[in-house]
Design a binder for this molecule. Structure first.
Ligand SMILES: CC(C)(COP(=O)(O)OP(=O)(O)OC[C@H]1O[C@@H](n2cnc3c(N)ncnc32)[C@H](O)[C@@H]1OP(=O)(O)O)[C@@H](O)C(=O)NCCC(=O)NCCS
Length: 144
């Protein structure tokens, strides 16, 4: 991410019925600017910004009792969904992702109603670990 692409990332949108599944990119970028250990990435296809991914590190706390790396945000703009971009982005990310020595797992939260995303994560070997309440959303926790 840079000053050259962050406004384009802010303009990316999911379908209205997907808005509960992922935070707006503007909020994610604010979090990345003001909180520690959040790593935002723009997803490009043929030179065009088409999606957004952010991974984050959370030390153990009351909400989740173990130190964890999370793939906290993943979205593809509504005009570019269903063309294999999400799968390709996740493939590239998982190839490059190097967890540290202490924390070797990567977790993902997914709304139980988010069937596309859950199917996608399962196809990479992520398994459902449990369910927690997170701002009134019950999210499955996955670990690879
Ligand atoms: C989930 C998301 C990132 C997937 O990205 P994408 O580029 O649309 O997905 P892909 O085209 O790579 O398809 C990946 C899988 O999604 C599912 N999928 C995608 N489009 C689909 C469609 N039109 N109908 C049914 N399933 C679909 C399929 O299971 C597909 O698997 P396959 O590769 O075996 O065919 C994207 O749909 C999105 O941004 N959704 C809204 C935000 C969101 O839910 N983010 C995840 C938060 S946990």
């Amino acid at each position: 991410m840079s000053k050259h692409n962050y406004m384009t990332v802010v303009d990316l949108k999911v379908h209205p019925n997907q808005e509960d599944f992922v935070a707006p990119n503007s909020l994610s970028l604010l979090e990345a600017a003001y909180e520690d250990q959040k790593y935002p990435f723009a997803i490009y296809k043929d030179g065009t910004v088409v999606g957004f991914l952010m991974c984050s590190y959370y030390p153990a706390d009351d909400a989740y009792p173990v130190d964890s790396w999370w793939l906290e945000r993943l979205m593809v703009d509504k005009a570019h969904q269903g063309k294999g971009i999400g799968r390709e982005a996740l493939t590239l990310f998982l190839k490059e992702f190097k967890p540290d020595e202490q924390v070797t797992e990567l977790r993902i939260g997914a709304d139980p109603k988010n069937e596309w995303a859950i199917k996608l994560y399962e196809s990479f070997g992520f398994k459902k670990e449990g369910v927690v309440e997170d701002e009134n959303v019950y999210a499955g926790k996955w670990t690879i």
